[in-house]
Design a protein around this ligand. Structure first.
Ligand SMILES: [Fe+2]
Ligand SMILES: [Fe+2]
Length: 389
């Protein structure tokens, strides 16, 4: 058995990590590679780090389809500071007879002699430093020095994958910028579902939502935010407004009878059509509650929430982004969805039209009346398409 140990804080794990793991596995012919989540690595003090259990869950979900690469929580289970020498020793004792390889980033190599008991680490495993091809010569010199001073074996593994950093992923999450080219899909979804790396006020919004709507609705809401950020970015709309509007678009999703009761109790006017189709109320009411209970004052955000079920003639780009994101977010599943998803990133007006046709069809088939404004909104979208063609 050839086993690799690849430790990191994975806060969060990104595609650069996964790429490295795969290439090292191939290059060294490893049977198994353990990506060990660090609880408190002595070389990288960082007090803002997410709890190890959360980082482990993100890593584990990102590796679901890997055959030889696994997430390991071995360091999280130990109390106190974690030293690599202890991890290597634990693995050596639990995998007797296996040949161990400790994989580290090239930037760690120079400092390796200052780690705790480096000589003992090298007596138990081969050190593998992952370097960029242009750094290989300098690294070899450092590796040679370590080999002779500490009496071990140091290999270099060339890294040609994407240059991504967890710091950059966190910054982009905080700034409402897309991260889909930097992390695996399960990581992206997990970060959004749990509002990870988002500003404090948005984490508070999610917390409040979690007390008021069901978990499934909450996940839908957060995944709509994930989609809305990407769509807004694609079309040049404000991604932060899109994220907030998406998070709150269903903030008063209640059973139909409760929606009517809520409106009657609070003296909100409802039209006859809304009384017959109460689910429509949640959009208009959502805008009211987003303002009253969640402190949203931005009229564009409130308007996008208000328009997310029926749209309107003259709707803004942000309105369209929220409308479409709601219908194509990653947990959605219905016939015709793939075409709508593809279209959403090519032509947002056409994507909206497809959604409206789809739901008008559904309304007709279920014997309900189509909203009087639907035709006018569809004509508006067609004219927008013409304008942009
Ligand atoms: Fe909704
Ligand atoms: Fe929704």
């Amino acid at each position: 058995m050839r086993i690799g140990i690849f430790g990191g804080s994975y806060d969060p794990v990104h595609l650069g990590h996964i790429w490295t793991a795969r290439s090292v596995c191939r290059e060294l012919g490893l049977d198994k590679l353990l990506m060990v989540v660090a609880s408190d690595p002595p070389h990288k003090p960082n007090n803002d780090r997410l709890p190890g259990s959360v980082r482990y869950r993100m890593l584990d979900s990102a590796l679901q389809n890997e055959e030889r690469i696994f997430a390991s929580d071995i360091e999280l289970k130990r109390s106190g500071k974690s030293y690599t020498v202890d991890t290597v020793e634990l693995l050596r004792n639990s995998c007797r007879g296996a040949e161990l390889f400790l994989i580290v980033g090239g930037d760690m190599l120079e400092n390796f002699p200052h780690w705790r008991e480096p000589e003992r680490i090298l007596s138990m495993c081969t050190l593998v430093a992952v370097t960029r091809p242009d750094e290989a010569r300098d690294m070899r010199a450092i590796a040679d020095r370590i080999e002779s001073d500490l009496h071990g074996r140091v290999l270099l593994s060339s890294f040609t994958g994407p240059q991504i950093s967890s710091t950059e992923v966190r910054r982009r999450m905080s700034e409402a910028l897309p991260v889909d080219t930097m992390v695996a899909l399960p990581t992206e979804l997990y970060m959004y579902e749990n509002a990870l790396y988002m500003p404090r006020e948005l984490r508070a919004v999610r917390l409040k939502l979690s007390e008021r709507i069901k978990r499934k609705r909450l996940d839908h809401t957060m995944l709509t935010a994930c989609e809305a950020v990407k769509l807004a970015f694609r079309y040049g709309a404000d991604t932060k407004k899109a994220r907030l509007a998406a998070m709150l678009h269903d903030c008063v999703k209640l059973p139909n009878k409760d929606l009517i009761a809520f409106c009657d109790e609070n003296h909100y006017d409802i039209s006859d059509f809304e009384r017959k189709n109460p689910y429509l109320i949640h959009a208009r009411l959502g805008a009211v509650i987003a303002g009253e209970d969640y402190g949203v004052t931005d009229p564009e955000v409130l308007e996008a929430i208000r328009n997310h079920t029926l749209g309107k003639v003259g709707m803004s780009l942000l309105d369209k982004v929220i409308y479409v994101a709601d219908k194509i977010e990653p947990s959605r599943d219905y016939e015709g969805l793939n075409e709508i998803r593809r279209t959403a990133y090519e032509d947002i007006d056409r994507a909206m039209l497809l959604v409206m046709e789809h739901s008008a069809d559904y309304t007709r088939r279920s014997g309900r009346e189509i909203n009087p404004s639907t035709k006018a909104v569809m004509d508006f979208l067609r004219s927008e398409m013409e304008k942009n063609s």
